[in-house]
Design a protein around this ligand. Sequence first.
Ligand SMILES: [Zn+2]
Length: 347
Amino acid sequence: MARDTLATIKRIAVRTFVAALGIVLVLIALVTWAWHSRPDIGDTGLHPSVAVAGEPAVTATWFGVSTILFDDGETQVLIDGFISRPSLYESLFGIPVASDAPMINYVLNEYAMQRLAAIVPAHSHHDHAMDIGAIANRSSASIIGSETTANIARGAGVPEDQIIVAESGAAYTFGEFTVTLLPCPHAPIGLRGAVPLPGTVRAPLDMPAPIAAWRMGGAWSIVVAHPQGTTIVQGSAGFVEGTLDEVAADVVMLGVGMLEGLGRDYAEAYWQSLVTATGATTVVPVHFEDFTRPFGEIVLMPALLDNFVRTATWLQEFRDTWDGDTHIYLPVFGEPFVLYPGEEPGA
Ligand SMILES: [Zn+2]
């Protein structure tokens, strides 16, 4: 009798184990399928940004997420500093990561970043600010940003005289560039509309550290003005209606990370606040790729997480509705493009 009961329990245990294993395998297969199911960048219907034409021109070069190099031939201003790009595994499991020095040396040489005057992260999450210190240490550039940004720089050993804690709305001049930081919210892309990894870094951030150590710290709409034209860089899709009404811009680098998940109505209000309000005639979407891929590898996010092809369709609809003369261009990794074609210096 007892032997029969034991045998029954054993049989149930084996069946339960086999069933559980089956469910786990199916789940793994589903997640793997979702992760690899990605739209093609060619399906966005957007034209690539225009390559360098004549000189002298103000150019921008995009290096993924919203790391963008402005260059007028004399002075360079770098928005963000994200080259090391921790892997999905390191990001998911909180593995401590550090700036990839050989890669940063390679990038600074390969893309001739020898005239860097300023490094300005849009906010302090790792995908914007992770390498600002390592880059500043290889140049004489000033880092401008929040207290959190300053502590990221200090942790990397950046000398204090290269660190500027930004005053909202103050103008900082580098050569012919004038950089103004206007506070804005981060996109509410966390659970139930929260900002992911909020808060302030109050002490120097020592690497290696898990990516969660890079707290948001404060976000900015960055206005990069030059005699040839004005560009706004919006790293994350957060906005307060009306704040940019008094700012005129030619170009908006529009952060679209996870914008699809915020819905079409949110996206339309965002477009109007950033593009319609500033009168920009060129829009360059940024922050649309999977940033757990290595530097230089531009692959869209899985459609299930963030379908950029749908976002791109919306952007073109908003353009047609509100700003018929505005062009939308997709940036091409590492290829400088002319920001203000046809505009005379000083005009
Ligand atoms: Zn962020």
